[in-house]
Design a protein around this ligand. Sequence first.
Ligand code: ATR
Length: 281
Amino acid sequence: MNLDRYAVIGNPIEHSKSPWIHARFAEQTGEPVEYGRILGTIGAFAQDVRTFIEAGGRGMNVTVPFKLDAHALAESLTPRAAAAGAVNTLAFTVDGIRGDNTDGIGIVRDIEQNLGVRLEGARILLLGAGGAARGVVLPMFEKKPAALTIVNRTAAKAHQLVDQFADAAEAAHVRFSGGGANSVEAGPYDVIVNATAGSLDAALPDCDDGVYGPGSLAYDMMYSPQPTVFMRHAEALGARASDGLGMLVEQAAESFFVWRGVRPDGGVVLRELRKVLSAQA
Ligand code: ATR
């Protein structure tokens, strides 16, 4: 059988779980998909993508550190990729290279469907104001939370995001504000999302402990085999905590849907992946 080729590109890439996830999606849906991994060359991302297209590639997932390069390379962007300012999904079509971003819908689906927490009417605190945070703002507004507050170490970057999305917040009737760690509205919050790069170096983003409570979900966008420092801190204050493994699976499911028009069941694959990873631990 002829298989359509896809791949994830990043640097480093050897530990990527995307090939495993997409292989399961292909099995589950019966789609003729083959999905590999490509170690991208720093400074030559566009060439790597073109080489893959010439070899028959149909689409790519893009991970660290190439999401901005992919945004620059795309000949057209979906509205959600334009708003995020970053691309994690490329589709190679007759109309050229199309850039999309499925990260935001990935986290929203994981929180609502896999973790069972409704965002409608919720008070959400977003820690961080970089690329990862920017990508989740609009998908969260779509769920009509009561409030979204952005807190960042560098207050000016939180203010920039508030300016960028002020009109969208008004249209969605979401109370929307942001600033430095001392500007946060009193907690506890229903959902606290760690979108800082802090977990990479085991740093806890600075924030009042009162934001976490027994009814809170503390969600770390990072995945690591052990609970992150953010997750442990939130749990010590009575909150429920989750890592970002489900977001990884759900963003992959949305990319698969973008390419194939068929939506795999992310929840099933997430449970399988957790089993595999805990057996390895
Ligand atoms: P990404 O694309 O992963 O979001 P980024 O755009 O470089 O990466 O943004 C990194 C985010 O993590 C920023 O919000 C950054 O805060 P600053 O804007 O103040 O730099 C945040 N961050 C990184 N390390 C942090 C740490 N040790 N504590 C708190 N915030 C941190």
